[in-house]
Design a binder for this molecule. Structure first.
Ligand code: OXD
Ligand code: MN
Length: 598
């Protein structure tokens, strides 16, 4: 079947032969990633209506795509970890027996490429040849997937050359089928390094390098091999002397992760020569370096960012990144100038616009309470953009050695409990702080407001094994990193009695990162509290801010009563995670409760 295959790797050829026989395409195409080949695929997608070429003067090499109306987001309810036993997947994951899953999925996939083309995408997560990186092959029947993967990962035959005859690659089978919600499954088989995704065409479900591989499968690989796959941004802060220090940060959704990754320092800092560089906005792979520090790469090659709310104030760098070579998915299509628009881009909602569903949009009907049905862009509409087009992309982005991490930052959206920032007492306590991460639901989400949702390390939907074992892996890693990063927690979302945010956020978050780095260099004292080290109000730089030291004092206060309430919530959550929660985490919880009760 593969007389002219670009590899002789027997495991690759055998798997492909088997799967191609199963899905039964009319034609098979190897993706070499060349501009010529990709340009031909763009043209083909435009000729069939799968994509629309946008205004080439205003948005060069940009395209618009709409998914099916029933297929607009990741579907956690239909995402499964198919490990040998249910216990290995743990209570925070859906589990299916691998044999039963394969049987069901093969049944759905059988002959599903009939009349279609099979695209074989060899790709690398991480720079090709880096000791951090891993290879994958995705078989798909979607040109949209090919074109997104070319942005989000490193695609090309050099991946196969680098792989040689090794079996260390991740198998990915994607079948669009009928985009049937009832038969939609996103299945990870950690024992086989395999992912099968059927009946979806939406990014997070079908760009298999991202959440499925780089988090769910990679978290398993990292546990086995002694490294970490985390849902973290990576940024570098350059001081006026030109030294750059790197921070990794994990946030649940709707906490401004992409904005932080591309932060623009406030005037007071910019004037002095501070700069912020983005290494990654979503995923970090972390390994212990020869120097005993923790080093990180961003395994991705692009950003799959949420469009609504992105504008030249909230995130000018992200906006600039999307101005060329970008695929927009489910945003509004402005007919007058063949460009795109989304809620929060600017105040000029277009008159002549097609909404994300492909219908004529009536801007006068917009209703904040029913965004899905009344907005131009779907609330989860996206841009797929090249990292190298980001104005603040780090020059270390492609460095196969990664960047050394000084601090790990966890965050959440808490109205009262968590202070603006605190530092953990050490790696073990820091791992505990990560394990109790939480966010309160906002009015934007369906359901009750102010409900606490625990999301350990922002990895709840992405740990590909038992969450309790994942906590243990964090604790174990601490013993393997002689010069470990310091671990912090931030909360940009404290509110006053009227429910208004107190902290200005956005670029001013730099002021908190500044304190964090000063702590890493032992340049500033802190106050020891029951929850960890909290800054003295005077040490948060408020030059140029319309905020008093008293307000900062307020933002840094630790209310023992609400923390004790939180402890009860944590106990309930740990009970839910089950008996694999390490005893060490319970000891940390008990110690916290005791300190709070003193
Ligand atoms: C994402 C997510 O899309 O975390 O990055 O959901
Ligand atoms: Mn994410």
């Amino acid at each position: 079947m593969f007389a002219n295959a670009p590899t002789k790797n027997p495991t690759v050829l055998a798997w492909l032969e088997d799967k191609i026989k199963l899905v039964n395409p009319d034609k098979v195409v190897w993706i070499d990633g060349s501009e010529e080949q990709i340009e031909a695929l763009r043209a083909e997608a435009c000729s069939t209506g799968e994509m629309t070429k946008l205004n080439q003067e205003l948005l060069p090499d940009c395209y618009l795509h709409r998914t099916a109306v029933n297929d607009v987001a990741r579907v956690e309810g239909r995402t499964f970890i198919c490990s040998a036993t249910k216990e290995e997947a743990g209570p925070t994951n859906n589990w299916m027996d691998p044999n039963e899953a394969y049987e069901m999925l093969y049944d759905i996939a059988k002959d599903s490429y009939k009349g279609r083309t099979a695209y074989i995408i060899p790709y690398s997560m991480g720079p090709v040849g880096s000791p951090f990186s891993k290879a994958g092959i995705e078989l798909t029947d979607s040109i949209y997937v090919v074109l997104n993967m070319v942005i989000m990962t490193r695609v090309g035959f050099n991946v196969l050359d680098n792989l040689g005859d090794s079996d260390d690659w991740v198998r990915g089978l994607h079948c669009r089928c009928q985009i049937d919600e009832e038969k939609r499954y996103i299945c990870q088989f950690p024992q086989d390094n395999t992912i099968i995704s059927v009946n979806s065409g939406y990014g997070g479900n079908v760009l298999l390098g991202k959440k499925c591989f780089a988090l769910r499968i990679a978290s398993n690989q990292g546990r086995k091999e002694g490294w970490m796959a985390e849902h973290m941004l990576i940024l570098g802060i350059e001081n006026p002397q030109g030294e750059v220090k790197y921070i990794c940060a994990a946030f649940p959704s709707a906490c401004g992760k992409t904005n932080l990754a591309m932060l623009i320092p406030p005037e007071e800092y910019a004037k002095k020569g501070y700069k912020v560089w983005c290494v990654g906005d979503d995923i970090a792979w972390l390994r212990v370096g020869k120097d005993g520090r923790l080093w990180a790469i961003n395994p991705e090659n692009g950003f799959f960012g949420v469009a609504p709310g992105t504008n030249d104030k909230s995130n000018p760098n992200a906006l600039a990144t999307t101005m060329r070579d970008t695929i927009f998915t489910n945003v509004g299509h402005v007919l007058d100038d063949n460009t795109v628009w989304w809620e929060g881009l600017n105040d000029n909602a277009p008159d002549n616009c097609i909404n994300w569903k492909g219908e004529k949009w009536d801007k006068t009907k917009y209703d904040k309470k029913d965004k899905v049905n009344t907005s131009a862009a779907h609330p989860n509409s996206r841009f797929t953009a090249l990292a190298k087009n980001c104005p603040c992309i780090s020059k270390e982005f492609d460095n196969p050695a990664g960047v050394p991490i000084s601090a790990i930052v966890f965050g959440g959206r808490r109205a009262k409990t968590a202070p603006l920032v605190y530092q953990s007492f050490g790696w073990q306590h820091g791992s505990f702080v990560g394990s109790i991460m939480a966010s309160e639901t906002t009015a934007a989400a369906a359901g009750a407001v102010g409900v606490v949702r625990r999301d350990p390390m922002a990895m709840r939907p992405f740990v590909g094994y038992n969450m309790g074992d994942y906590f243990q892996h964090w604790l174990d890693m601490g013993h393997k990193i002689p010069n470990a990063p310091k671990i912090f927690h931030v909360n940009w979302f404290r509110t006053d009695d009227e429910g208004h945010f107190i902290w200005p956020g956005f670029g001013d978050n730099m002021r908190v990162l500044d304190w964090i780095l000063q702590r890493c260099e032992d340049k500033v004292d802190a106050r020891e509290t029951a929850i960890g080290y909290v800054p003295y109000a005077k040490d948060i730089n408020i030059d140029g801010l319309d905020i008093s030291v008293d307000t900062i004092e307020d933002l840094l206060s630790v209310d023992k009563a609400s923390w004790l309430e939180d402890v009860e919530n944590i106990k309930a959550f740990y009970a839910q995670v089950g008996d694999r929660v390490p005893a060490t985490m319970y000891e940390e919880l008990k110690a916290l409760e005791e300190r709070l009760s003193k």
